[in-house]
Write a protein that binds this ligand. Structure first.
Ligand code: AHG
Ligand code: MN
Ligand code: MN
Length: 320
């Protein structure tokens, strides 16, 4: 049996330095605490919404706030952490003046699913950032990224740049490796999109979905990106949260730094693709901590069909 800690020790001195091992152990511990907190939340009055909204104007749930505090505490426990950036914080928070790593996280993804007992998760990304000005860099600079999904099982999915490992939390609180080298199958007849928003899709997305339905693809939409991502890790498919065609400048719904980038790194490390139109998500130069972007990722062959659609549109526009 390989535990999460064994895995980290095995890569210490090569893919991971001592500081990163300490940091990842602490992030794993935070996800154990969030997992435990979720299990008993109904008894602690931690349901419903609070009166608070975050910087993006979204109502915060008690568990959004608590998970954020647990992640922040993990950051404070690790001397190498310089800054924390979170969906639930207006701006970056300085942690240790001589730290070198910024930890960027969505403490609870899919929180609209909390009260209906559907899988939610924590998404995290780590980049080198000695000063606040270093935080806004493309996803290619991520050193590690991962997510925890809190469902029938609690799983921790990690990439240390190369390869993706999946660990499952056992009843003793130990994360045990259950997949050593996760790969996203290149082809799968399944897509995930919020079909209620189809009037706002651009032509490329609309054509892909129409063709997928006509050729017998299945649809799944959990409403927690971590859960939809985890399904894609297990059986392939494609996830789309495109921009609104009427408001393309406002981007999509999902946030670049703590949703799209970490998932993008994991997806590419597992042989999948993650794009926004003609560009890889990981190549986007960020302009703000809470910047929203359209997101399309998953099985390579499916994502390639969509990027070919965007490439054809560029050629058509050039010919006009
Ligand atoms: P969060 O709970 O962190 O705000 O993220 C929710 C996101 C994502 O998990 C999910 O895929 C998407 O919102 C669901 O959007 P719709 O409500 O439009 O389906
Ligand atoms: Mn989220
Ligand atoms: Mn969230």
């Amino acid at each position: 049996m390989t535990t999460f800690e064994n895995f980290l020790e095995g890569h210490k001195g090569s893919a991971l330095n001592d500081e990163m091992v300490v940091l990842l152990r602490e992030i794993a511990q935070a996800t154990r605490r969030i997992s435990d907190t979720l299990k008993t939340s109904a008894f602690e009055g931690l349901t419903g919404a609070t009166e608070e909204t975050n910087v993006q104007g979204e109502a915060q749930k008690p568990l959004d706030i608590l998970s954020n505090e647990i992640m922040l505490e993990a950051c404070r426990n690790v001397p190498s952490v310089s800054f924390a950036v979170s969906e639930e914080l207006d701006a970056e928070v300085a942690i240790h003046a001589d730290g070198k790593y910024a930890v960027i996280f969505d403490p609870l993804d899919g929180s609209s699913n909390l009260d209906v007992n559907v899988t939610v998760g924590t998404i995290f990304s780590v980049i080198e950032a000695a000063s606040a000005a270093d935080i806004l860099k493309s996803g290619r600079h991520q050193v590690v990224a991962g997510y925890a999904a809190y469902g029938p099982q609690t799983v921790l999915v990690l990439t240390i740049g190369k390869g993706v490992q999946i660990f499952t939390l056992n009843t003793d609180g130990t994360y045990v490796m259950t997949t050593a080298d996760a790969k996203i199958v290149p082809e799968a007849k399944e897509f995930a999109i919020n079909a209620a928003r189809r009037a706002s899709w651009d032509d490329v997305v609309a054509a892909y979905i129409e063709e997928a339905i006509d050729s017998g693809h299945n649809m799944r939409w959990v409403g927690s990106m971590v859960a939809d991502t985890h399904r894609i890790f297990n059986r392939g498919g494609v996830f789309l949260y495109p921009a609104d065609r009427n408001k393309p400048a406002s981007g999509g719904r999902l946030r670049l730094l703590y949703e799209a980038n970490p998932i993008g790194l994991l997806v590419e490390a597992a042989g999948g693709e993650a794009i926004i139109g003609n560009t890889c998500i990981l190549d986007i130069e960020p302009t703000g901590l809470h910047q929203r972007v359209p997101v399309i990722f998953g099985s390579k062959v499916e994502v390639d069909k969509i990027s070919a659609g965007y490439a054809a549109r560029v050629l058509e526009a050039a010919a006009e």
